[in-house]
Design a protein. Structure first.
Lengths: 321, 654
């Protein structure tokens, strides 16, 4: 891995659920250690409810972690003091949202969100420099400069998502949190947005945390893959390693389910009708155990830690090797 | 503005991306568009005209009124004449002059109260909705308490303390008591906005809460704020007039309510002078009507769904060519469904838009046909046209063609007959089960409803059948007593399929039934559908935007582009040897988890605007293999080795 940009340590987030009587704790994210290098694209893969969006929102400081720490450029986020240093982090780590139909304010032209970000985070720029920056970022994401005066409803989903990236880019970010940025786009234009991310990494040196449930797109884009299941990080490694030789039984199940016309239909575990559990007041033990073909007695009592196998691969499984 | 809880999965609730902007949405941000929309709306025009007349009265009363309204210089109780357009009062004042002068106070009260109440409503409603938690609890409590106060009696009491209550007292009392209704609406609107990502985006950007409220939330609610203002103004006009009529205002002020007060005092009816009361009464009604009309108009302008457009049918009908397959009557040779020359159009401001353009299709018994294409290509519209589910809330209308099913033309069937057929012989599984299932009924209750509507079964028979179909889709029958929210996403979708199979239909129509599911659940559902189909022998039409999903399951693939059939081939053929450049583009658009990593390009550009489709081949503007002849003329469908393809590269020259 390249020089480290961001690292989390024991990142945990609980939500309180239920009525006043019988309050329970939902473990959305439990004890996650991850790291992202400078200029690296890391894919965070998992099913809905696995906690991947919660991680993004902790990194974006929308949610405060219940436990654990986020280190950005060697400094812990929990010790950010004052509006100025918080704003500076917001500029370094912007987010691009999943739904291009709801992430742009319908009442404003495209220029609004971009200019507002520049004004807020780069107050030293003159009005003229801000306009120049507007043009620069629009062109950087493959939109024509006249897009600035369009309203969101005049744009297609793909164009809107590009505006989302332009807004992030205008802040001169170091890491863009991309939360399922292509899942609501048509298949035909998804690749365009994926290519855009990889170009932005090349040209602007931005790192990406690419959150997705689509393993194939993670393979297309990412250097490293993190697999989440029910709030736990279950496997981590270089993309090709993980996808060609998945170690965790969940990763194996996930990969076999990806529809691929170029491969035979994998029917071996096609009958798996299990679903990720809601982790409310969990007991120790592996959370994938009820669906796992390899489960042993130990899995029911001891939560498998993420342990390192060979060449940097980490797996949270008692059995895998 | 309805934010769907499932977001991505529900095309009906999110702004449709397809042949979508059924009606150009008017954003309050665009002055020009707003003005145009107002001019097109009859209610808006009437409201504006009335309001302008009253505004002119109130600004230039001296120039318009012929006499001093207070001067008691004429003979009392004169009738209508050239000199006194509406006669004179019991004290010999000119009524028309009084009306003109009275406009000012009524209007000023309306605007002032409207302004004050709106400001309070916005402040309380938006703060409560956005800040949430304890703030919301407290503000909502205050709002609700004010809402249930018997306002009119309360105002009478307050006004009675302030004998001869002046203008200011009236405005403050009405304003302070009149904001609660608007605040409730604004709060609800803010709550629904809170789920929109652009607010979270502002938060992530590091904006302060005050900025978010003032600059991100308020501008999106312009129409509701205007409605609140107009509603409060209307209420102020009526309440102020009522108070003055009761003598609780200043009896020497010039206003319509005061005129009513004096008319009552001087016993207008006994005196044979009903005009004393009618004249100000009509003015109050007209001013109120102008606010109400503007309010309605604003609602219609800001939510296009309220506007109904009718297609000019005749035009499309005459433009329709003779059907390609002239075979009316019974479907033959084992075909369960035959779609002939089916066209569907939407009405828009720019004229009719043809979303499904002369589609022919035949489905064999037990066949699995998948329809793929980008959003807006007409695939869902075609599906709903076949099931005759178009019309409110799904826009679109069948403007030509036939849908032959079980010897009947579904296009011509009466709604009653359709309804009988729909569940028994042809059933539909929608995209989002959460929206299709009734949240307050258990699974068994919903199955029972369906059975009672379509069959004459006893309770025991229904129970048996319900258990049977649930087992078919691998759901434990204990879930008969579950409510939809107690089931997981995958189980809900299975339950929907179980319900569709209650009567063993011949045809099951599915609109992206798996798109809300995770890959693992998605695959097991697909395997299940395929097994059920083989076991029970029904035919399936399956719409999806993801070709790879159906690659192992469908018999044939229909690729649609811009409302037309681009290619129709056996699935394996299409994946191995796609003929149409668009099919090739779609196949090359998604990455694979196997094989070498190659850079993909997708399909540049976006589908054409169906209101103005390109001439010739509709895919030509995006096609990497485009030639001059592509844009010369409409490209017909050609048959190539059992495939149908609409491309000049494969034209067979017939």
């Amino acid at each position: 891995m390249t020089e480290e940009l961001l690292r989390t340590e024991g990142l945990t987030r609980y939500f309180r659920v239920g009525k006043l009587t019988g309050r329970q704790t939902l473990h959305a994210v439990d004890d996650v250690d991850l790291s992202i290098g400078r200029g690296e694209i890391v894919a965070l893969v998992g099913e809905s409810g696995s906690g991947k969006s919660t991680i993004a929102r902790m990194l974006a400081r929308v949610y405060t972690p219940t436990r654990g720490e986020i280190w950005f450029q060697g400094r812990p986020l929990s010790r950010l003091r004052g509006r100025k240093s918080r704003l500076s982090y917001s500029a370094d780590v912007p987010m691009v949202f999943q739904d291009p139909y709801s992430s742009l304010n319908p009442a404003y032209r495209v220029s609004h969100g971009i200019l507002r970000g520049v004004k807020l985070h780069r107050g030293d720029l003159s009005a003229k420099e801000r306009r120049a920056e507007l043009t620069r970022v629009l062109e950087a994401v493959g939109l024509t400069p006249d897009t600035r005066s369009r309203f969101p409803f005049e744009l297609s989903g793909g164009q809107r998502q590009r505006v989302g990236f332009a807004q992030a880019l205008a802040l001169r970010p170091k890491l863009i949190l991309a939360d399922e940025p292509v899942s609501m786009l048509d298949v035909s234009i998804r690749v365009g947005v994926l290519n855009l991310m990889s170009e932005l990494r090349e040209r602007e040196g931005v790192s990406f945390l690419y959150i997705t449930h689509d393993v194939a797109s993670a393979r297309y884009l990412a250097d490293r893959v993190l697999v989440m299941y029910a709030g736990h990080l279950v496997e981590e490694g270089a993309t090709e390693d993980v996808l060609q030789r998945p170690k965790h039984p969940y990763t194996q199940l996930l990969l076999s389910a990806v529809p691929d016309p170029r491969a035979e239909l994998g029917l071996a575990d096609a009958r798996d009708v299990g679903e990720p559990p809601k982790i409310v007041e969990p007991k120790p033990g592996c959370r994938f155990r009820p669906r796992c073909p390899l489960a042993i007695a130990e899995c029911a009592t001891v939560t498998p830690p993420l342990r390192e196998l060979d060449d940097g691969r980490r797996v949270a499984c008692h059995v895998a090797e | 503005m309805s934010a769907s809880p499932l977001g991505a999965t529900d095309q009906l609730a999110t702004p449709p991306a397809g042949p979508a902007p059924m009606v150009a949405e008017v954003r309050p941000g665009r002055g020009g568009d707003l003005w145009r929309a107002i001019r097109r709306n009859k209610k808006a025009v009437a409201g504006v005209v009335l309001l302008v007349v009253f505004l002119v009265f109130s600004i230039f009363p001296g120039q318009i009124a012929p006499y001093d309204p207070t001067a008691e210089i004429f003979p009392p109780a004169l009738g209508v004449s050239r000199h006194h357009l509406l006669g004179t009062t019991a004290y010999g004042q000119d009524i028309f002059s009084q009306l003109v002068w009275g406009t000012r106070l009524s209007l000023v009260i309306a605007l002032a109260v409207g302004g004050l109440a709106t400001a309070l409503a916005v402040l309380v409603g938006v703060s409560a909705g956005y800040l949430g938690g304890a703030t919301d609890g407290f503000l909502s409590l205050v709002t609700d308490v004010i809402l249930v106060l018997p306002i009119f009696p309360l105002i009478i009491v307050i006004a009675a303390y302030e004998q001869n209550a002046g203008f200011l007292t009236l405005v403050v009392v009405l304003g302070v008591l009149g904001w609660s209704y608007g605040a409730r609406q604004l709060r609800a609107q803010t709550l629904s906005l809170r789920r929109r990502d652009f607010l979270e985006a502002a938060q992530v950007r590091g904006e302060r809460k005050s900025y978010v409220i003032l600059n991100e939330i308020l501008p999106t609610m312009t129409s509701l704020i205007v409605a609140t203002f107009l509603g409060a103004a209307l209420y102020a006009v009526l309440t102020a007039a009522g108070l003055q009529f009761l003598g609780l205002g200043d009896p020497n002020s010039q206003s319509w309510g005061t005129m009513l007060y004096w008319a009552q005092n001087n016993e207008a009816l006994f005196a044979g002078m009903p005009l004393w009361a009618i004249a100000p009464g009509v003015c109050i009604a007209l001013l109120g009507a102008s606010f109400a009309l503007l309010n309605y108009a604003f609602d219609e302008i800001s939510s296009p769904a309220l506007r109904v457009r009718k297609l000019e049918r005749a035009k499309l009908q005459t433009a329709r060519p003779t059907p390609a397959l002239p075979s009316p009557g019974e479907t033959s040779d084992g075909a369960v469904l035959r779609v002939e020359d089916l066209s569907v159009a939407y009405a828009t401001d720019a004229g009719p838009v043809v979303a499904v353009d002369h589609v022919d299709l035949e489905l064999a018994r037990g066949e699995f046909l998948a329809i793929v294409g980008e959003s807006g290509c007409g695939k869902s519209t075609l599906l709903y046209a076949i099931a005759r589910l178009l019309g409110s809330p799904l826009p679109g209308e069948i403007v030509g063609g036939r849908v032959q099913f079980q010897g009947k033309d579904l296009v011509l069937l009466e709604e009653k007959e359709l309804r009988r057929m729909r569940w028994r012989d042809l059933s539909v599984v929608m995209q989002s089960a959460m929206n299709a299932l009734n949240p307050v009924l258990t699974v068994s209750q919903q199955m029972e409803d369906a059975c009672r509507a379509h069959a004459n079964w006893s309770k025991a028979e229904i129970e048996v059948r319900s258990r049977e179909v649930l087992r078919l889709v691998s759901i434990d029958p204990v879930h008969l007593n579950s409510y939809p929210h107690q089931l997981s996403g995958g189980m809900r979708q299975r339950a929907m399929i179980a319900m569709a199979l209650l009567f063993t239909p011949d045809l099951v129509i599915m609109d992206e039934p798996t798109s809300a599911l995770d890959v693992v659940a998605q695959r097991s559902l697909m395997v299940q559908i395929k097994e059920l189909q083989e076991q029970l022998g029904f035919a399936v039409i399956f719409v999806t935007h993801d070709m790879s999903l159906v690659s192992h399951f469908s018999d044939r693939l229909l690729v649609m582009y811009a409302g037309q059939v681009a290619e129709l081939s056996p699935t394996k053929e299409l994946f191995d040897r796609p003929l149409h450049p668009y099919s090739q583009g779609l196949l090359g658009a998604f990455p694979s988890i196997h094989g070498p990593k190659v850079r993909l390009l997708g399909i540049p550009g976006s589908p054409p605007d169906l209101a103005h489709p390109p001439t010739g081949c509709r895919f030509a503007p995006r096609c990497p293999q485009v030639e001059p002849r592509c844009t010369a003329a409409e490209v017909p469908l050609s048959t190539v080795n059992g495939s149908l393809v609409r491309c000049v590269l494969h034209e067979t020259g017939t």
